[in-house]
Design a protein around this ligand. Structure first.
Ligand SMILES: [Zn+2]
Length: 365
């Protein structure tokens, strides 16, 4: 199939996804380009705040008031999960844990961006005190500021993303996104996210974060983009199960839309990996909405890692042991061809590139 036709077919397939048709399987095989090398990957890190394992596993918990029986994450489970590896799989296998002792958000984001447990013990711990992998990517790969970005609903996210404010492009909470060029869509969303505020503090609705992120992805094609969603945690704290479920279904739709956006640019999409995790789980039974107050179930998290539009969509190792948030930083550094940071409490890269083909000398003896 000619490249242009193949591209149009791919667009069609993704549009069909939104109509509820099962079509994701053929995507990876539609590309026949050579495999990627270590330094060619782009990475999207997607964080869902406060998602419990029961609902992550696919359906609502019938023991909670307000539960329905509809799937929570149909796109993820039917079409995306097979395109990568899932650590902390709720269906079985080795668990994945937070890398902090508190099961709260800011300590978790510190450990994800810093690559180890860190010293943050509450949401009041302030700015991260070590260079984050985002800052390292920009420095060592000599990337422009717009090539390494974090777009997040929670206003405190910048405290985990960069040690030195202004090192990378960060946009969070109701603050307008500023990326240095004229952009009517960005301006439209900037206005909405400031005027249509959620009923909780220090945040904007995820729908605006998602709109900003998709527009940014199309416009800048960043080497690294973090998209931080937050609504699920806020509805959880309110013990509002129907809205919590709706937040997860929105996240599922956002995932499908993210894949569709990536597929608009074949060369970019096939070089892009997605890492998806949550910062913490939540309690169980009547305490389902809580976390950070000793609920041990909140320590269990998950990580999906896959490059769904690439020929080899899953260059990641099988989970050989338990994994943790601390493994995310070294995995991303490795995907960019950097030597992963090492330290006593640091994690380990889960990236497993194909061994390069041997080269043969044509010299005669
Ligand atoms: Zn919370």
């Amino acid at each position: 199939m000619p490249t242009a036709d193949r591209y149009r077919s791919l667009r069609y397939l993704m549009v069909a996804t939104f109509a509820g048709l099962s079509c994701f399987g053929p995507l990876a095989s539609a590309f026949t380009e050579p495999p990627q090398t270590e330094t060619q990957w782009n990475v999207l890190l997607i964080t869902w705040d406060g998602v419990r394992r029961p609902e992550f596993s696919g359906y609502p918990d019938p023991s909670i008031a307000g539960a329905d029986s509809l799937p929570t994450l149909p796109f993820f489970w039917d079409q995306l999960v097979s395109q990568g590896k899932l650590y902390g799989d709720p269906r079985g296998g080795p668990p994945m844990f937070v890398a902090n002792a508190t099961m709260r958000s800011l300590p978790a984001y510190h450990s994800i961006m810093g690559g180890s447990a860190g010293i943050c013990l509450s949401n009041e711990c302030g700015r991260i005190r070590e260079t984050t992998f985002l800052e390292r990517l920009r420095d060592e790969l000599h990337l422009a500021r717009t090539e390494v970005a974090s777009i997040a609903s929670w206003a405190r996210m910048p405290l985990a993303v960069e040690k030195v404010p202004g090192s990378v492009l960060v946009n969070a909470g109701p603050e307008p996104l500023v990326d240095g060029s004229a952009d009517a869509e960005r301006d439209r969303v900037n206005d909405l996210q400031r005027s249509d505020l959620p009923p909780w503090m220090e945040a904007r609705f995820d729908r605006y974060t998602h709109a900003q992120a998709m527009n940014y992805l199309r416009k800048h094609k960043p080497r690294f983009l973090h998209i931080g969603y937050n609504d699920a945690d806020e509805w959880g704290h309110r013990f509002d199960y129907p809205h919590y479920l709706q937040a997860l279904r929105d996240y599922d739709h956002y995932l499908a839309e993210t894949l569709a956006t990536l597929s608009e640019d074949e060369a970019y999409g096939r070089r892009t990996c997605i890492l998806l995790t949550t910062d913490h789980g939540r309690g169980q039974g009547p305490l389902w909405g809580d976390h950070g107050n000793g609920e041990l179930s909140a320590a269990k998290v998950f990580l999906f890692a896959g490059c769904p539009l690439a020929e080899n969509s899953s260059p990641f190792m099988d989970s050989p042991r338990f994994t943790s948030h601390a493994d995310i930083r070294p995995t991303i550094e490795h995907l960019f061809g950097l030597k992963p940071k090492t330290c006593f409490l640091c994690g380990r890269s889960l990236y497993q590139p194909k061994p390069s083909k041997p080269t043969y000398s044509m010299e005669t003896p």
